[in-house]
Ligand binder design. Structure first.
Ligand SMILES: NC(=O)c1ccc[n+]([C@@H]2O[C@H](COP(=O)([O-])OP(=O)(O)OC[C@H]3O[C@@H](n4cnc5c(N)ncnc54)[C@H](O)[C@@H]3O)[C@@H](O)[C@H]2O)c1
Length: 335
């Protein structure tokens, strides 16, 4: 099988995570890496906000570029993976798609819905694949929660709390400018917004309270989403120190939780049991590898992307905008 030729744009934290995932795949070749900071093209390691112990790519094995346009013109790429500051996600993805190249672009899809629409238009006009890095949709623990909800394994869901907290960025300054990142509400909290929207559907109404922080945007948020028969509470903040993600789900006949407790494992406590027991996961791979495999399989035409469509990731950006509105107006918003 001929290898897919992939180019990377943005060789910081997430660019390297994606390169690490692809190094373990034998049907992909990373032929070029672009970053407008020359130091990034020389250094082996960068600081990053998540734990990543994947293999280190030897950049001498591929061609390097400071200018994305040049990379697109000179290389014959099947796909690009972009991991750039959020304010240029749409611009760079559209540039690549207009050259007929498939695009995997990091989350958030863009800073607003208008920019998301430009990306969807370019995808349709050029008949290419576009997938956004909403990795939680592929995260084994969250996939098991999704399954328990849809199959009513423990009866209907009654309430769910999702939490994602960390500190302000010490690894890349652009995150701390809300005009570039959208603040914690769009950069961090979006992960749980996206999972809830994807796995549970659109809520009937939402209400959020938040605090504008150092980024100039909402950096601490508590949102309530009302569904028929259950409520979801989503907490997100950059006002803590170390990063953690967790959830507690209460079903009619069981409680299921993940994260923070001593070993973070996914656990369930079924009514009548003595306590929690660990749940077997569908995969040992993390969400980053699994989302990339899915994207590359869709590029090869092996799967039709139904799990992470651009239309549905755009909905998540729209929901964050509605939460911002609810915070500003101090009101519930019906959907
Ligand atoms: N899915 C996740 O769990 C997750 C985690 C962290 C970050 N992210 C997302 O990934 C994206 C990148 O985040 P990061 O942590 O890798 O940031 P980063 O700052 O470490 O990396 C971004 C890189 O892009 C380069 N760059 C900036 N402008 C450029 C341009 N015009 N042309 C070429 N290169 C350019 C920078 O020099 C830098 O090396 C963000 O959108 C962020 O929200 C996702």
């Amino acid at each position: 099988m001929e290898k897919l030729k992939v180019g990377i744009c943005g060789y910081g934290g997430l660019g390297r995570v994606h390169v690490g995932s692809m190094m373990a795949m034998d049907d992909v070749e990373i032929v070029a890496v672009c970053d407008n900071n020359p130091e990034r093209l020389e250094s082996k390691e960068v600081k990053i906000n998540i734990e990543h112990n994947g293999p280190v790519f030897d950049i001498r094995n591929c061609r390097t570029y400071l200018d994305f346009r040049k990379m697109l013109k000179k290389e014959k790429l099947d796909a690009v993976v972009t991991a750039l500051p959020t304010d240029i996600h749409a611009k760079y993805a559209v540039m690549a798609m207009n050259e007929g190249i498939h695009v995997f672009s990091e989350k958030p899809m863009a800073l607003n819905s208008r920019e998301c629409d430009k990306m969807i238009k370019a995808r349709d006009e050029n008949k290419v694949q576009l997938q956004i890095g909403q990795c939680l949709r592929f995260w084994p623990e969250y996939e098991m929660l999704e399954k328990a909800v849809s199959e009513k394994t423990y009866g209907p869901l009654k309430s769910l709390t999702m939490t994602r907290i960390g500190g302000y960025s010490t690894w890349a300054e652009w995150f701390n400018d809300g005009k570039l990142s959208g603040g914690a509400i769009l950069d961090l909290h979006l992960h749980d917004v996206d999972w809830a929207q994807h796995a549970l559907g659109m809520p009937k109404a939402i209400c959020a309270a938040g605090v504008v922080g150092r980024s100039g945007a909402v950096d601490d948020v508590t949102a309530l989403w009302q569904y028929d028969g259950f409520v979801v509470t989503i907490r997100g903040s950059w006002m803590y120190q170390t990063f953690s993600m967790s959830f507690q789900a209460f079903f009619e006949n069981a409680a299921m939780d993940f994260g923070v407790h001593p070993d973070t494992a996914l656990r369930v406590n079924v009514r009548g049991d003595k306590g929690f027991r660990k749940v077997d996961l569908p995969s040992n791979e993390n969400g980053y590898s699994r989302e990339m495999r899915y994207f590359l399989d869709s590029v090869r035409g092996k799967v039709k992307n139904t799990v992470c469509t651009a239309e549905s990731t755009k909905e998540s950006v729209g929901l964050v905008m509605l939460e911002n509105k609810s915070i500003a107006r101090q009101k519930w918003i019906s959907i």
